[in-house]
Each structure stands twice: as structure tokens, then as C-alpha cells.
Write a protein that binds this ligand. Structure first.
Ligand code: ZN
Length: 523
């Protein structure tokens, strides 16, 4: 590591401490037990950690009785989608998250192409002055889309070479890994060989391939095997995104999932995974429909739904998927584009169809047509017991998989999955304090050093002198999520102070103006 032992005295003496957090139980993020200590920040970094820091800070924070931890790192976030319109990212910051890892599920805002480079993306993120730090993977679906388009066909050799060069450039510019979304188009059209070729640039850097697997229900074991095969073929670590076994009939497969992960690790593949603490997933409503029906983009999809030659088959497969998650009332609409469907937001599809006196399948198809496919849903399809086991597993990390929004301003719209505002406090409140599924120390590790080291954020995820000044102060006895599927626009409680790069962003519910987050370029 860096020679940091002598750094703090220099930082401290030059300008004095900016912030001193006093008397809290300090968890360093590595899994060590908490200790009662003072912590000082200066010039954006941690300047001192000691039983008693004599020098006063320009800002003093009394943390007696509270936990002091590294700012949380969300290894699977969609929070970048609204950063340009609302860089406050309130739902992120108010969970204690100080770094989001975006570009996941195969979809990133840059591709590594010269005209859409990660350097330019990182510069624009810096220009937004966001509240949290932002690291990004390169999405292999976005790369494929840029080179091949929406078509379901193999990549030609020259196309594969171009895509690999884009990935290489993305990583050279500071992207923190590759991601795939194999249930989405066009990502789903990638073969195993293509994925291996595009993840090879990860190998020498030891950056992970993060995958939303090809299947998370009836073929979840095959999907695990494919994911492991990609990582083995490419020689890189594997991060299984939002691990789950969807649908009650697949819940018993979790033991076998863990067994395959263990076997792969024994064979030398560095596998780990993450999960958000809810039993409902969120996705596009089109995801209830078979991948083949979505080949070629939205116009081709809508045309097939109207084509009597293929629509009965699509209907049959979609109804099977709905049955797998337990029926139409296990699907809830989160967002629509068309004004006339606004009434569907926040409603279960079965109940909504009944209220409209229509058949739920026909209603779904018509809604997709009116909204040109742009309808969001959550599906209640996962097991609570499995969720606890996934969170508690030594290889499991905590993620939100959520969007960033606020209770006020332009990002308050639709009825988003509450995970975007509740995930981290929900783990600390419900799964640590109430259900005791994991210890506080371990939960903090899964929110900090584990994800930070996974994507090589070398000076984040731990509290040590010289590291970046990302800190969260919370009350382990009180921390909790309050957002629900019915009322998602509610901030968590019990998180009192959030510091990003040495600047207080949130204190006792009050926001500081401006954001101190920045793009994190991984080298
Ligand atoms: Zn996903």
C-alpha cells in the first residue's frame, strides 16, 4: 500500500482539521469490530484516527452512541440516469452511499468508441458536481449496440475486433470492469465466445465481469455455468449481479447455486455476487416477453405482437412467465410514458385489469403499444429466506440496483422500486438489527471494503489515515428504510451525517449546497 503513515501530520498541520467526528464507534470497513475513536478529516482525506484528537475541527460532529463507517459503495446502481437533471442524488446520499458503480446490466453511457469515450463521460460527470462519487463499468450491450445494432446475429470477426478495442479503450480510460445484461436486447444476442473475447481486457487488470445473467429462474443454474465459463475463459473475476432464484419452484435451487460458486472458486475463478434486500425485482414490462420477440427493437416487437402468425406463441410464453412469478398480481407497474396510463402506476396488473374490465394480457400489450414499450414494472418473485442467505453469504455484497430520485424536484415521478432509497438502511435495520441475519460489522464490510476492493477503488471503502474522506455516521439502534412499494418517496431514518471527499453533504437531515462527488477513474 501507499506510505500513508506520515501523510496525516502534514495534512493536519498545514490547514488544521476541516471536520472532527468525536466519540463514535468507528468501524474501519474491513470486518474489524468497532472501537470508540475520534476521526479527523482535512483536505478531502482522513487526517487522523485516534482515541482522542485534541485539535478542534472547523466543523465538530458529536457521534457518541453512533456508528462511524466508510461511506457506502453501491456496486450495482442505475443512479447515473438522473444525475444530469438532479445531481443531488438524494435517494443515494440519504442511504449513506458515497460511491455508486454504474454502467451495469450491459448498459453504459459511454462505449469506449472515440465519439463516446469514457474520458468524456467522466469529464461530464465531474461537471455535474454530483453528491456521490461515480465509477462506471463498460456495458457490453451498449458496445454491441454501437457496432452491430439491435439485431440477433453473431458478430463478424471485424466487428468483434472493434468491440474488443472499444472495451480496451474504456478500461484504459478508467472504466472499472465490463457488464452484461443477457436478458435485455441487444446484450442477449451475445454468445459465450463473444463475451469471453470482450472480457479478456479485464484479465491483466483483474477487473470483474459483472453479469445480469441470461436467466434468473428456470434456467438459473445453466446461467450460473455460463457466467463462470465467461470468467474462466477470459481469466477475470466474476461478479454475479443481483443474485436470485426467481419463482417459488426455483427457490430450492439456491443450495446448488452456492455449490457451483464454491466449486468455481476452488477451481480458481474469483466469483462473488451482490443483492438488494427486497423480494421484488424491477425491470421493463417487456421483460415478461420472450427475448426472441424483442429482437430488432421496439418496432419489430410491436409488429410481432400484432402478427397473428407469431402472437399466439408470444402470448403463451408470456403467460408462462407470469405464472412463474405467481400471477398478474405479482407484477406492479412502476412507470409509464403515456398520460392515459398514468392510473396504472403503483397498481398490481391483475387488480388493475379487473378495475378496467379487461384481460390482463391484452391490457399489457395495449399499454406497451401506447407507451412504445417504455413501461416499468416490479415483480414479486423471490424468497425471503433465500434473500437472507444471499446477504449473509461471505461472498455477498449489498447493492441497490436502483435509480436516484428525490421526494422533491424533477426526479419525483412514477412509482419507483423503493430499493433506490431504502436498500442500505434496510439491510442495517431489518436484516442486521431485527432479524439478525448478519452482524453489523459484517454488513458494513459488505457495503464498503468488499465492493470497493472488487472494482479497485483503492482509497475508498475503508477508514484509514490518508484514504479518501468518505464517511457515514448512523444510529444502529434506529437506522431503517421507510420507503415502500406503495409510497416510495420517503427517505430513510437514522443516518445523520454523510461526508463525501471530506465535505459534509448531509447533516441531521440538512443538505449542503453543491456536491463534492466526482468521477472515479480506475487505473
Ligand atoms: Zn439487472
Amino acid at each position: 500500500m501507499l506510505a500513508m503513515a506520515c501523510a496525516p501530520a502534514v495534512i493536519g498541520r498545514r490547514n488544521g482539521h476541516d471536520i472532527v467526528v468525536r466519540g463514535g464507534t468507528v468501524f474501519d470497513g474491513t470486518g474489524s469490530e468497532g472501537r470508540e475513536l475520534d476521526l479527523a478529516l482535512a483536505n478531502g482525506r482522513i487526517a487522523a484516527i485516534a482515541p482522542r484528537i485534541a485539535e478542534r475541527g472547523r466543523e465538530e460532529i458529536d457521534a457518541r452512541g453512533l456508528a462511524v463507517a466508510p461511506g457506502f459503495v453501491d456496486i450495482h446502481s442505475h443512479g447515473d440516469g438522473t444525475l444530469a437533471e438532479d445531481p443531488r442524488a438524494e435517494s443515494v446520499i440519504r442511504q449513506g452511499i458515497t460511491t455508486i458503480v454504474v454502467g451495469v446490466d450491459g448498459s453504459s453511457r459511454a462505449t469506449g468508441a472515440a465519439e463516446k469515450s469514457f474520458s468524456a463521460l467522466f469529464d461530464s460527470i465531474d461537471g455535474w458536481h454530483p453528491s456521490p462519487n461515480v465509477a462506471s463499468m463498460v456495458g457490453l450491450g451498449s458496445v454491441r449496440g454501437a457496432v452491430i445494432g439491435d439485431k440477433d446475429r453473431p458478430a463478424a470477426p471485424d466487428e468483434l475486433a472493434r468491440m474488443a478495442a472499444m472495451v480496451e479503450r474504456a478500461l484504459a480510460d478508467g472504466a472499472c470492469g465490463t457488464s452484461s445484461g443477457l436478458e435485455y436486447t441487444p446484450g442477449a444476442f451475445a454468445s459465450l465466445d463473444e463475451l469471453v473475447a470482450l472480457c479478456r481486457p479485464n484479465a491483466s487488470r483483474r477487473l470483474p465481469y459483472a453479469t445480469h445473467m441470461r436467466n434468473e429462474d428456470d434456467r438459473v443454474l445453466e446461467a450460473i455455468d455460463e457466467s463462470i465459463a465467461v470468467a474462466r475463459g477470459a481469466g477475470c473475476p466474476l461478479q454475479i449481479s443481483h443474485l436470485k432464484t426467481q419463482g417459488p419452484r426455483n427457490w430450492p435451487k439456491l443450495d446448488e447455486v452456492f455449490r457451483r460458486v464454491d466449486n468455481a472458486r476452488r477451481a480458481g475463478v474469483d466469483v462473488a455476487f451482490d443483492r438488494y434486500p427486497y423480494i421484488a425485482y424491477a425491470t421493463g414490462l417487456t421483460n415478461l416477453f420472450p427475448v426472441a420477440s424483442r429482437d430488432g427493437g421496439i418496432d419489430a416487437f410491436l409488429a410481432r405482437l400484432a402478427d397473428p402468425a407469431v402472437s399466439p406463441g408470444i402470448r403463451q410464453q408470456t403467460l408462462a412467465k407470469v405464472e412463474l412469478i405467481g400471477g398478474w398480481d405479482n407484477a406492479q407497474i412502476t412507470s409509464v410514458r403515456a398520460a392515459e396510463d398514468r392510473g396504472a402506476e403503483g397498481k398490481r396488473l391483475g387488480a388493475y385489469a379487473k378495475s378496467m374490465s379487461s384481460d390482463p394480457y391484452e391490457l399489457t400489450v395495449n399499454m406497451l403499444r401506447r407507451n412504445r414499450g417504455d413501461v416499468g414494472m416490479v415483480g414479486f418473485a423471490m424468497s425471503e429466506a433465500n434473500l437472507e442467505r444471499i446477504l449473509a453469504h461471505p461472498l455477498g455484497m449489498v447493492c441497490t440496483d436502483g435509480s436516484a430520485f428525490a421526494v422533491d424536484g424533477p426526479t419525483r415521478r412514477g412509482s419507483p422500486h423503493p430499493r433506490g432509497v431504502g436498500s442500505f438502511p434496510r439491510v442495517l435495520g431489518r436484516y442486521v438489527r431485527e432479524r439478525k441475519a448478519l452482524t453489523l460489522t459484517d454488513a458494513i464490510r459488505k457495503m464498503t471494503s468488499l465492493p470497493a476492493s472488487r472494482v479497485h477503488l483503492a482509497d475508498r471503502g475503508r477508514l484509514a489515515v490518508g484514504l479518501a474522506g468518505d464517511v457515514v455516521v448512523f444510529d444502529p439502534a434506529r437506522v431503517a428504510d421507510t420507503a415502500t412499494f406503495e409510497a416510495p418517496f420517503q427517505y430513510p431514518v437514522g443516518i445523520s451525517v454523510v461526508v463525501v471527499n471530506g465535505a459534509v453533504t448531509l447533516r441531521d437531515g440538512q443538505r449542503s449546497p453543491g456536491g463534492s462527488g466526482r468521477a472515479l477513474r480506475v487505473v
